[in-house]
Design a protein around this ligand. Structure first.
Ligand SMILES: [Fe+2]
Ligand SMILES: [Fe+2]
Length: 413
């Protein structure tokens, strides 16, 4: 194999002859000739893969061609070996490559569309040359037939003297496998959209449920207030005071929102108290006060049996907003952290608003007097830390108190 004449026997339909007939080194020609012999032998065996040798110039020309293409590949593409490069250039729809992501975890798939391939050709050639191998799957569209997928596995060799790179590869039809992958992806996508649709639906339903719960509790609270002849402003002010205090106490946004609404139900148990007691203009007798105290248990019963966080908190507040830090409150004489924080917060805000509101039997206290009362009750009636935070927020509390200042009403807070 010392000169060009020695290679004449090798020319056939599968070989274009560009290197063996060209001005290249004997080393390159020998490598090509030997490989063609090997590949032809490979090709006649039962192996279903389609061997090829492609070549590209590394000089300014950058031309690429298929030096050899096995008969199976030529039959599949319906062309001569000298036409393979052009057919590939025109008919490749997609190039997919796979690699393990960092830390050997997930397999990453890189997809290049037809329009990207010409721009990225140099990068792909350099990658093949550096790694010494190429592995990719091509989606190919041939005239009058469905798209097929060919898996390409090649080793790349560089011949610097000739400025040529050779890619010794084989193509395997993996259409069925890739169709299965596409199908799987479509199914996953459909599942994802179904999931997103369901989440939206659930979110919408949750919003409606939340609205319904709010409407229900505010109507109930309103009913309780009507009997109590208590102004709606008591509930509004309490909600805002509770919000200020719960923020100062570091409660989460979600807990604050629940507390804001749940506190409106603190006296819903008054629905079960006789009107004669609720609307008594003067001070309650001992027995009447005992009956009045049952409004916390009645309220908790009214609000029990529901798992929603809003109603659970509303129940806790209704039951414990008259408990005292030192254990002298009612209905259960709980003390310290036995009283849920929602109840401890509501207790301070309820008393403060009762003191600063006018009643038929008393004038409205000035805020300063009411703050002083909160201070005096630190550690006895009220959680001392929460009461201190309440006092720290005086200006915010007063701002709410003035914003919602309202008419004189009757009733016992
Ligand atoms: Fe109460
Ligand atoms: Fe109240």
């Amino acid at each position: 194999m010392s000169n060009q004449q020695d290679f004449n026997w090798i020319f056939d339909r599968d070989y274009c002859g560009r290197i063996l007939q060209g001005e290249f080194s004997n080393e390159l020609k020998k490598r090509v000739a030997e490989s063609i012999l090997l590949f032809r032998n490979f090709n006649v065996n039962v192996n279903p893969s389609m061997p090829y040798i492609s070549a590209w110039r590394e000089d300014a020309d950058k031309a690429i061609w298929y030096e050899f293409a096995g008969n199976r590949l030529l039959y599949l593409l319906g062309c001569q070996s000298c036409e393979v490069a052009e057919i590939f250039r025109d008919s490749v729809l997609q190039r997919c490559s796979y690699q393990y992501g960092s830390a050997g975890g997930k397999i990453k798939k890189r997809i290049l569309e037809h329009k990207d391939l010409s721009c990225i050709q140099d990068e792909l050639r350099n990658e093949g040359k550096t790694k010494g191998t190429v592995e990719a799957v091509y989606k190919i569209s041939l005239p009058n037939r469905p798209a097929i997928w060919l898996k390409d596995q090649a080793s790349v060799e560089s011949f610097p003297v000739d400025h040529i790179c050779l890619s010794f590869g084989s193509l395997t039809d993996v259409t069925m496998e890739m169709q299965a992958e596409e199908q799987h992806q479509l199914e996953e996508q459909a599942l994802r959209s179904l999931h997103a649709e369901l989440e939206l639906k659930i979110e919408k339903q949750n919003k409606e449920l939340w609205k319904m719960q709010l409407e229900m509790i505010y109507r109930l609270a309103q009913a309780a207030q009507l009997r109590d002849k208590c102004t709606g402003m008591h509930i509004t002010k309490m909600s805002h005071y509770c919000d200020i205090l719960s923020e100062a106490a570091g409660l989460s946004d979600e807990e604050r929102l629940l507390l804001f609404h749940a506190t409106s139900m603190h006296d819903v148990g008054k629905l079960g108290i006789a009107e004669a007691i609720l609307q008594k203009p003067g001070k309650l007798s001992g027995q009447e006060f005992e009956i009045m105290k049952t409004h916390s248990i009645i309220g908790a019963k009214l609000l029990s049996g529901n798992d929603s966080p809003l109603l659970k908190m509303a129940k806790a507040i209704a039951l414990t907003h008259h408990e005292s830090w030192d254990g002298t409150g009612y209905p259960h004489g709980l003390e310290h952290e036995e009283i849920p924080i929602s109840g401890r917060i509501a207790a301070i805000c309820d008393v403060f608003d009762a003191l600063t509101s006018a009643r038929p039997y008393k004038k409205a206290w000035q805020p300063e007097e009411a703050f002083a009362e909160v201070e005096r009750s630190m550690g006895t009636k009220f959680d001392p830390e929460l009461a201190a935070l309440f006092l720290e927020k005086k200006s915010n509390i007063e701002e709410i108190q003035q914003r919602f200042a309202t008419e004189v009403v009757s009733g016992h807070a």
